[in-house]
Structure formats: structure tokens, C-alpha cells
Design a protein around this ligand. Structure first.
Ligand code: ATP
Length: 287
């Protein structure tokens, strides 16, 4: 993978926020991600769906520097990203995880402050000496963190321990912490897993509000209702390959998607999928 970090010339508003090109991730003999191209534009919410083991989380890990792709490049706003998680965060990409990763014994506010760390200029010496610069930066970080908790509906829980929050609020806290790094792109890995229907609707509203702040979003989710309510565009991964990408109708009506999820296309069962037009669209696999 290329690791150049020099800013790209000619950055325009049409430059995608995220541009993954030819991303391949092999684990020994297994190709978990196979030549995937994906872009996310400014102001877009893009969905990434696929059956279990399709390679969705592995692809996220390639985008965020947790894995170094075997082949391919990942650009953020026209600049190739270095494959190191902290540098990817600094560049402007934040993420949440499928399995919640909070600091369970820290307060809600402290969890968000940790997320703010990549944006504070004060270094280790300033922190040890606790000079005026440190106190100013700390006050600013706390103010920003409280704003984010307010935005995510958690301000009244700021002093609670993270581990004492109900599950749905822990997921919201992960999002607040990710937002603390001031991202231009937020990657959400199964944000509604384990949520009840009311929490899922609240999560949907939160994602729209994040997009309205000008943050682009790429979201993995198994809940199709959530994905199709939310996303401008959805890509489908099957066995590491992107088989189709498009709007709700394009994806829902694609025979290969139905086959991938159900094992075989159904006809006349009364399900929306079964009764849908099964015209095909161009795919990565076709290219
Ligand atoms: N570190 C690893 N080493 C070896 N194989 C891996 C590794 N990470 C993932 N895999 C394999 O890569 C494939 C894709 O896994 P991945 O977790 O990305 O799928 P997924 O689409 O996110 O699945 P799910 O929806 O169940 O979370 C699986 O076969 C998995 O076992």
C-alpha cells in the first residue's frame, strides 16, 4: 500500500471524502476483501451490507489502518492515508466498533475526552507541568465534550460510569467519542446491534443529525430497514467482492443480493424481495 501523505493537488468539492481503490486483504489463503472500490462523497450516507463473513469489518479495518491492505489504496479527501490508526484518526476518519469498546470504569465525559485527545495540541510535558496552556486546553476539551454529549442526548449522564449505561446509550457514547476527534468521515460498524426498535429509531435520527453537521458516513448494518431508511447509496459485499451498489431499489431488486441472503431467489411468496423486479445492474465482479 502506498503511504504518501502529501496533500493532493486540485482538491475540489467534487473530491470524494473517501476513495478506496482496488482494496484486497488476504489472510493466508483466504481473500477476505477482493478488489473493492468504494467512494463516499461529501454529505453522503453510504451503507455497506452483506451476509456474515462477507468481509465488511475487514474492509473497515483496511480503511482505518488496523490492517494494511495486501493491495490497494485508501484516500481521504484526495490524500492517500498512512496505514496507522492514530494517523487515520488525525487525518479525519473516526469509527465505532461492532463490539462496544468503551473505557467501562471511566465516566461518560471522560470517555469523550479520550476521543478529543487527537485534537489537543498540548503535549506530554504540558500535561505533567499543568501550566496555563494545559488548563485552557482542558477547559476547551470539556466544553466540546459536553456539547457532544448534549448532541447525542447523554449530557445528563456525563458523570455516570460508562459500564452503568444501558446498552443503547453505550452505543451512543461510542458515537460521541468518535465525534470528539472532529471527523470528516464517520464509520459505523453495526450501530444498532442489540438495540430495541425505539433505540434504533433514535440511532437513525442521530445519524441524520451527524450528516447534517457535514460529516460523511459509511455504515455497516444487518438491519435492512435501518439501512434503506438511512442511506443514499448501499454497496453489497459477498465473499469479499462488491457485487452491486446503488440506491434502495437497485439493491433490493438485484437477484444476486436475494440469492446471497436467502440462498436462492424466491418467487411469488409475497415478500418484497420475492416480488421485486430482478433486473440486473453492473457489478465489480463483472468488470
Ligand atoms: N485477522 C484475521 N485473520 C484471519 N481471518 C480473518 C481475520 N479477520 C477476518 N478474517 C476472516 O475474513 C472473513 C471476513 O470477516 P469479516 O469479519 O470481515 O466479515 P463481516 O462481513 O464483517 O462479518 P459479520 O457480518 O459477521 O461481522 C471471515 O472469513 C473471517 O473469518
Amino acid at each position: 500500500m502506498t503511504t504518501t501523505t502529501a496533500p493532493a493537488a486540485g482538491l475540489t468539492t467534487a473530491t470524494p471524502v473517501l476513495e478506496a481503490s482496488g482494496v484486497i486483504m488476504r489472510f493466508g489463503g483466504l481473500t477476505a476483501v477482493n478488489n473493492v472500490n468504494l467512494t463516499v462523497g461529501q454529505g453522503e450516507i453510504v451503507g455497506l451490507i452483506g451476509p456474515n463473513g462477507a468481509g465488511k469489518t475487514t474492509f473497515f479495518n483496511c480503511l482505518t489502518g488496523l490492517y494494511v491492505p495486501t493491495e490497494g489504496t485508501v484516500k481521504y479527501k484526495g490524500t492517500v492515508l498512512p496505514p496507522k490508526p492514530h494517523l487515520v484518526t488525525q487525518a479525519g476518519i473516526a469509527r465505532t466498533f461492532q463490539n462496544i469498546r468503551l473505557f467501562a470504569n471511566m465516566t461518560v465525559l471522560e470517555n469523550v475526552l479520550v476521543g478529543r485527545f487527537s485534537r489537543t495540541k498540548e503535549g506530554i510535558f504540558s500535561a505533567i507541568l499543568r501550566g496555563p496552556g494545559f488548563h485552557r486546553a482542558e477547559a476547551e476539551s470539556r466544553e466540546k465534550a459536553m456539547e457532544l454529549l448534549e448532541f447525542c442526548g447523554l449530557a445528563n449522564k456525563a458523570e455516570h460510569l460508562a459500564r452503568n449505561l444501558p446498552y443503547g446509550e453505550q452505543r451512543k457514547l461510542e458515537i460521541a467519542r468518535a465525534l470528539a476527534s472532529d471527523p470528516g468521515l464517520l464509520l459505523l460498524d453495526e450501530p444498532t446491534a442489540g438495540m430495541n426498535p425505539q433505540e434504533t429509531v433514535a440511532a437513525e435520527e442521530l445519524v441524520f443529525a451527524i450528516r447534517d453537521k457535514g460529516i460523511a458516513i459509511l455504515v455497516i448494518e444487518h438491519d435492512m430497514k435501518f439501512i434503506f431508511n438511512l442511506c443514499d447509496r448501499t454497496a453489497v459485499l459477498v465473499q469479499g467482492q462488491k457485487i452491486v451498489e446503488g440506491d434502495k431499489e437497485t439493491v433490493q431488486n438485484d437477484e444476486r443480493v436475494i440469492t446471497a441472503y436467502l440462498g436462492a431467489p424466491l418467487e411469488g411468496t409475497g415478500t418484497p424481495e420475492a416480488d421485486a423486479d430482478t433486473s440486473t445492474t453492473s457489478t465489480e465482479a463483472d468488470k
